[in-house]
Design a protein. Structure first.
Length: 112
């Protein structure tokens, strides 16, 4: 039994002693299968937009990646809750923005 199962209040987000958003972003970048199948293709799409000086649509490029990443993260680490109970919409928006800005900086620095 997990400690959060003892004090489970319906409707309240799970409290962690770490930032699950940052942890999920690190997971998305470091899990080989997730990176290869989801993350890297989105980064390449971002790279094309930067290269062609097009408007960057962070939600369009990374929205589905973050959705999939949150679900995979919750399943892989057996949190016992669906991603909708672990992450809020604000968390999702923050992760999309964080990934997009960090990867845009990496692209402009020539890392991809």
């Amino acid at each position: 039994m997990k400690i959060n199962e003892l004090d489970d209040r319906p409707g309240e987000p799970i409290k962690f002693n770490f930032d699950p958003c940052d942890d999920a972003v690190v997971f998305m970048r470091n899990d080989p299968m997730f990176y290869r199948r989801k993350y890297y293709p989105a980064v390449q799409q971002l790279k094309d937009a930067v290269k062609n000086k097009k408007r960057i649509d962070a939600e369009g490029i990374f929205g589905s990646v973050v959705d999939s990443g949150m679900n995979t993260y919750c399943k892989k680490f057996k949190l016992g809750k669906p991603s909708s109970e672990v992450f809020t919409m604000e968390d999702r928006t923050r992760m999309v923005g964080q990934i997009c800005s960090e990867e845009t900086e990496n692209i402009t620095n020539g890392e991809y």
